[in-house]
Design a protein around this ligand. Sequence first.
Ligand SMILES: Cc1cc2nc3c(=O)[nH]c(=O)nc-3n(C[C@H](O)[C@H](O)[C@H](O)COP(=O)(O)OP(=O)(O)OC[C@H]3O[C@@H](n4cnc5c(N)ncnc54)[C@H](O)[C@@H]3O)c2cc1C
Length: 408
Amino acid sequence: MYLQLTPKELTFRDEVRAFLSSSVPRDISQKLLNDRQLLKDDIVRWQRILNAKGWAVPHWPVEWGGTNWTAVERYIFREEMQAFPAPPPLDFAADMIGPVLIAHGSDEQKRKFLPRIANLDDWWCQGFSEPGAGSDLAALKTAARLDGNEYVLNGQKIWTTMAHYADWMFCLVRTTRGEKKQNGISLLLVDMKSKGITVRPIITMEGDHEVNEVFFDDVRVPAAQLVGAQDRGWDYAKFLLRNERATIARVGVSKARIRRIKELAASEYRMGQPIIEDRRFREKLAAVEVELKALEMTQLRLVAGEEDEGRTGASDATASLLKIKGAEIQQATTELLMELAGYFAVPFVDEERRELAGDGWNGPFVTPEWAARAAPTYFHWRKMSIYGGSDEIQRNVLARGLFGGQGG
Ligand SMILES: Cc1cc2nc3c(=O)[nH]c(=O)nc-3n(C[C@H](O)[C@H](O)[C@H](O)COP(=O)(O)OP(=O)(O)OC[C@H]3O[C@@H](n4cnc5c(N)ncnc54)[C@H](O)[C@@H]3O)c2cc1C
């Protein structure tokens, strides 16, 4: 198959680009360019602009606000947003719990939650991991006991991203103890304002507050907030995690960062010449770009396959492959940024370091914002090799796909 956008797809891409140019708030895209952490308000503001345009949840069925776009158009839209850059949609909401509710939720749950997800009226977090249950997720212990028409929850979640913003959590809990630990798990929708919930921050090594511990102490959850059937939560979790891995490659984000690196490398000097003219730096940059092109082609082949063969979504092995490569490339771009910043990635630049930086440094004696963010950004993105299933776990899935009879 020849990977080239059709004239209709190119027109669609131009329409998306024009919308982004006129609609993304400049302060938000500036934050993204400088790798500054987005706040809740930034993400909500952008999601509501998208929703007003009718583009908040393009991958959903039309009756719930979807667009009827083809798989390639959905891909173009996502990549263009990332490359602009515009904030990604809150994946816990639009990409994770939304599709699960559409496929397995009750009519009442769909009516209550889906419009609010599209407009980001509710902030969602993902309550899966626990101490002792990360890679081995089915070992989770948070227990839900049915008492009348309510479940009573006790236990603890960890690494819960942005739980401090959350109105709701989709939460995996143990409802029955069986021989096989994957059986007896259920998916509950938990109101984060319920009595008995405590959220404690975890500050990560770059100094940001993104993840949390969440404790449940006799938290009462109406039985109507069970998704699908009791004890079948493992099936819904697998469906949800596969969606997470398939959207995680984020080619557009890496494209935007490489564009930024090239701009900076052309204007920053070291040893009397623009860094972009340093042969070793150019070689490293080119190597990352080649890998990114290959990833983009792989993703496009997958998307085009959906179109041609009527497949939906990636197989487990393909989703894992996209996740591993996407993470490696994003991390490589943050390494290039560190190399570019050199000593100026260290927040406190003293006279000695300034001299070591070379005779070309003619900026003010302050670390520029992009350079000050280089080290936190580098540390921050190490997380990609862990969340959504660690690299080692993805490689196990990939090996099973390649050698264990599962189609890629
Ligand atoms: C920044 C961040 C945000 C996160 N956000 C969320 C969130 O919002 N919600 C949520 O539920 N979870 C979240 N997580 C948790 C994440 O999903 C888990 O950290 C991940 O699944 C790994 O589990 P663990 O930390 O318990 O490590 P472990 O499972 O204890 O793994 C430790 C090491 O052992 C390796 N290992 C384990 N088992 C195997 C095996 N079978 N074969 C080979 N190697 C193996 C792992 O690869 C890893 O290197 C987040 C994590 C991070 C870092």
